[in-house]
Design a binder for this molecule. Structure first.
Ligand code: SF4
Length: 221
């Protein structure tokens, strides 16, 4: 008789799962289910203006439980999972948890998987169908993907992008299909620094584009 024990199935710490539209970047306007994992390897000390609550898990469950909740969210909003419905894996830092077994289970349900990572960890590309990298440190390792989305702090907040030159330095040598600059949103300071970011986009020129957080504009999660 074998004495080997079966490894316990992985459990995932999830902050929230909800249906909405992708608000940002090249897929803005696409119906989506957001899977927000708990936990981040950088944290609020690095990004004091972080606009997401990722610290505490709302539930911890197996891959099939996560898929079940994602399917329920899609059922509620879209009457099911239309083939290719976007599943946006975010956080916190989703690469700490999204792994091939969970990705396979989500795809089997019909989801197309997008990930929004801070780029500090190398991404196993077969786990995602669309990769957004949004670096929060000058040095980051994931330097290719579908879109690079840089939060522009300018003079509005501390951060790694005080000016156009810092944006150019962050993007140097990268390979992405889309390049976005997105205003930092600090409600206490009057909201997004649109004008400052627009000036930076003009100065950068193509292929840079402005990314607006349209979900906030239209008042959805
Ligand atoms: S890396 Fe992203 S989720 Fe983590 S603290 Fe920074 S902005 Fe927030």
């Amino acid at each position: 008789m074998s004495t080997k024990s079966t490894p316990a199935a992985r459990r995932y710490a999830v902050r929230e799962i909800f249906p909405t539209l992708q608000g940002e970047g090249a897929q803005a306007g696409s119906p989506a289910v957001f899977l927000r994992f708990a936990g981040c390897n950088l944290g609020y000390a690095v990004c004091p203006w972080c606009d997401t609550d990722w610290a505490k898990a709302d539930f911890t469950g197996s891959a099939s439980e996560v898929v079940e909740r994602a399917r329920a969210a899609a059922d509620d909003a879209f009457g099911g999972v239309p083939d290719g419905l976007l599943l946006v894996a975010t956080g916190g830092e989703p690469s700490l948890q999204l792994d091939p077994p969970l990705a396979d289970a989500l795809r089997a349900e019909g989801f197309r998987i997008a990930m929004e990572t801070n780029g500090s960890r190398e991404i196993v590309r077969r786990t995602v169908d669309w990769l957004t990298v949004s670096p929060k440190q000058p040095e980051y390792v994931q330097r290719e993907g579908d879109e690079l989305k840089i939060v522009y702090t300018g003079r509005a907040a501390p951060g790694i992008t005080p000016d156009v030159e810092s944006v150019r330095a962050l993007a140097a040598g990268t390979r992405f299909d889309h390049y976005f600059l997105q205003p930092v949103d600090i409600p206490e300071e009057g909201g997004p620094n649109y004008q400052e970011t627009l000036r930076a986009v003009h100065a950068l020129g193509p292929p840079w584009r402005l990314s607006v957080q349209t979900h906030k504009v239209i008042g959805i999660p």
